[in-house]
Ligand binder design. Structure first.
Ligand code: 0X9
Ligand code: CA
Ligand code: ZN
Length: 433
């Protein structure tokens, strides 16, 4: 550690200790969260694992994590050496600010998504319907958009659902679903494939599950992940992708009982209005398949996620993932890995897809959008990559809708298909962010 870093670290620690406010104001007064780094040793990795920190990345022999005020105190109390790196993680990119209108550049904000949904409904009233499926904690509407022929009637057609943005900082996971909605609607008249798919199915898209978090990530703190729940100990946020009921809190691997943690699971299954909105919405329909967009890692994940074990329907899940990966590769040559979440990424409990298949019997996928790793940008997607990422995921989605139509009202059939995708080897060491 350089001398100035050490000096700064000690100064900052003193500042924190001297300026210690009442617990209820703590998280906010510290600007909510900081990015800190640690020397990467096996002992340190064990320690960080025990503290359930929100690990971001590794670089030059150091691991980086997002910590809240409580975590910082704990690090000090346990005499764990760390360096503050927040200055190197600006809340937005200057380069993009200079050339883009709007604070989040070409990415969609909550308001832009709402405006887009209303535009689509007005422009294409025969095939678009926008539905309010519930309110976020801070009172923002959570919207779903339906795309189908005879859109105002619930027909006996294949139903599929795409969810975006459980995690605030994952901006590309807003863009893919909202841009998909626009493409489906605006190309319906001219594209015979889209027309015949939407004529035989009901496609539902919820572009933003976590609107409060997204706005917070745009306007206040770029690395925010959770919703904006004020927890009883004064910290903020529940990880919505830990708040679903199937095996909720099964263990502390990848899901935390500590409210200050980036992966806090909440006080109970479905304690959060945002995850409840998704639950009620899904239960009111008869979806054949569910996709939840996240980033980053460039991989298609499917249950189980709470444990390193294959789901009884693994063959079918793999079949669907492999075919989606093939369509993605055909679009722009980009290879998405695929595999069971617990083996291929890491175990966590309370995620959307374990609940979807475990409680509702719906085959479900987490698509971790590009980039593949932090070295390629982590949560910052290149704006030039928004369209290619949208296009390759649209290709996968169209294939999946076709599959749902072909198998509507039947027990799903599946079989072998040659392809370019790679199933991740298993078991393998967990990937880390
Ligand atoms: O940790 C998550 O919620 C997802 N990754 S992210 O970086 N977007 O936060 C992955 C969830 C996949 N499910 C399991 N591994 N159980
Ligand atoms: Ca219809
Ligand atoms: Zn995520």
């Amino acid at each position: 550690m350089t001398h100035w870093k050490l000096t700064m670290m000690i100064t900052l620690m003193l500042v924190f200790l001297l300026a210690l406010p009442a617990p209820s104001a703590l998280a906010q007064d510290l600007g909510d969260h900081d990015v800190v780094s640690f020397e990467k040793t096996p002992e340190m990795m064990q320690l960080l694992q025990r503290l359930q920190l929100d690990l971001l990345m590794e670089k030059n022999g150091r691991v980086y994590a997002v910590v809240g005020g409580r975590d910082l105190l704990r690090l000090q109390q346990e005499f764990i050496p760390f360096a503050i790196e927040t200055q190197d993680f600006p809340p937005y990119s200057d380069k993009h600010m200079a050339v883009q209108s709007g604070i989040n550049g070409q990415f969609y904000s909550y308001k832009e998504v709402v405006a887009e949904l209303m535009n689509l409904e007005q422009a294409y009233p025969n095939i678009v319907q926008v539905v309010d499926i519930g309110d976020s904690l801070e009172g923002r509407d959570i919207y779903a958009i339906k795309l189908s022929d005879n859109v105002t009637s619930d027909e006996d057609e294949a139903e599929v659902v795409f969810l975006g943005c459980h995690h605030a900082r994952e901006w590309i996971a807003v863009d893919v679903p909202i841009r998909m909605a626009r493409r489906l609607a605006s190309n319906y008249a001219s594209d015979s494939q889209i027309q015949s798919l939407l004529d035989s199915s009901e496609v539902w898209i919820v572009p933003i599950v976590n609107p409060d978090g997204l706005e917070y990530s745009i306007y206040v703190y770029r690395y925010w992940r959770k919703n904006r729940r004020l927890n009883t100990d004064g910290t903020y946020g529940v990880d919505l992708n830990r708040n679903y009921s199937y095996k909720w809190g099964y263990d502390n691997s990848g899901s935390s009982p500590n409210p200050d943690s980036g992966i806090y699971r909440g006080t109970a299954p479905f304690s959060e209005p945002e995850s409840r909105a998704v639950r009620d919405f899904v239960q009111a329909h008869d979806f054949q398949v569910l996709i939840s967009f996240h980033n980053y890692s460039q991989i298609i994940l499917y249950p189980w996620g709470y444990i390193k074990a294959l789901h009884p329907q693994d063959d079918q899940l793999e079949y669907l993932a492999r075919n989606m990966a093939n369509r993605m590769a055909q679009a722009h040559g980009r290879i998405y890995d695929y595999g069971p979440a617990g083996y291929s990424l890491y175990t966590t409990n309370g995620d959307t897809t374990d609940w979807a298949i475990g409680e509702e019997g719906i085959p479900a996928f987490t698509i971790e959008l590009p980039p593949p790793n932090q070295a390629h940008g982590g949560f910052f997607n290149d704006e030039d990559d928004i369209i290619p990422i949208t296009e390759e995921n649209m290709a996968a989605a169209l294939w999946l809708i076709g599959w749902a139509i072909d198998n509507h009202g039947t027990k799903a059939v599946y079989g072998a298909v040659e392809g370019t995708g790679r199933r991740t080897p298993q078991p393998q060491p967990n990937r880390r962010k």
